[in-house]
Design a protein around this ligand. Structure first.
Ligand code: HEM
Length: 247
């Protein structure tokens, strides 16, 4: 059972899993809701940049027709040398995101209904959907599939990283690892495209990751359960600003 199931809004005893540190409502016109701290945003954008660079350098090595992409990294040898290190940055950076966001991405009862009503999601009939916590089932899918894929990518990547690990692996193991590595990379790029498309498609979402805030209307429309939990578990902000309700 999740903390959110145990603590009804307003009970104030347990902080729901969906409410993360820094989440806060600022009463004003319009109402603003803090969704990501500056540290979480920096962590996210390091992850995003490293995934893009990783995909470009990986594609450059994947097929001769894409070899021209090595020009972005200073040539073929540099691309081959840099690619695994970007992977290491992505791994640790995503690990930071994982530790921040895993709780709010735990499955919730409304996820099944959200998935069953995916046609209403796509046609914008959110009034037919249940109230959603900080993340919907689609966002949770992105989170958990990226977690699994990045783990597969780093593991298979180490197996084929000859410069440091060739003595520990056989040619047979490397052949299998190359196949798994390429397949995981293709899936990760597809998941990334879905993630970016959704972020742009749902108006007002990008601001969550640039400014750290969304409007009260955005939160009410897309993540009403989270907003209710946030307002229902009020504690004074460190600033003692009476207009701020925070975790
Ligand atoms: C470069 C393009 C990217 C853009 C424009 C982008 C945009 C966003 C936006 C706007 C949010 C906030 C969504 C919300 O709060 O509802 C978000 C959240 C998030 N992003 Fe990205 N992102 C990008 C790349 C990535 C990459 C490469 C990863 C991981 C490998 C990633 C992982 C996440 C995670 C884990 C969250 C939190 C949502 C959750 O936990 O389900 N993002 N992103």
């Amino acid at each position: 059972m999740r903390a959110s199931d145990k603590a009804p809004a307003g009970a104030g005893a347990a902080v729901p899993d969906d409410v993360e540190p820094g989440d806060a409502v600022q009463i004003g016109s319009p109402v603003q809701v803090s969704r990501y701290t500056a540290a979480a945003r920096v962590n996210h954008w390091i992850t995003a940049v490293s995934l893009v660079l990783l995909a470009l350098s990986g594609l450059a090595l994947f097929h001769p027709s894409l070899f021209f992409l090595t020009g972005l990294f200073g040539g073929g040898q540099w691309t081959r040398a840099i690619h695994p290190w970007i992977g290491v940055v992505l791994f640790f950076s995503f690990a930071g995101l994982f530790l921040r966001f895993w709780k709010a991405n735990l499955p919730a009862r409304e996820d099944g209904v959200w998935m069953a009503r995916i046609s209403d999601v796509l046609s914008g009939h959110e009034e037919r959907l249940p109230e959603i916590g900080k993340y919907n089932a689609g966002q949770k899918f992105v989170f958990w599939s990226m977690s699994a894929l990045i783990l597969v990518l780093i593991t298979s990547g180490v197996v084929i990283w000859d410069q440091y690990f060739s003595v520990f692996t056989s040619i047979e193991q490397k052949r299998i690892a190359v196949l798994i590595h390429a397949a995981a990379a293709v899936f990760a790029i597809c998941v990334w495209i879905v993630h970016v498309y959704a972020a742009i498609w749902v108006k007002g979402t990008i601001g969550a990751m640039t400014r750290g805030r969304v409007t009260g209307g955005w939160a009410w429309r897309h993540h009403r359960k989270w907003l209710r939990e946030l307002v229902g578990s009020p504690r004074r902000a460190p600033s003692n600003d009476p207009r701020t309700i925070t975790k």
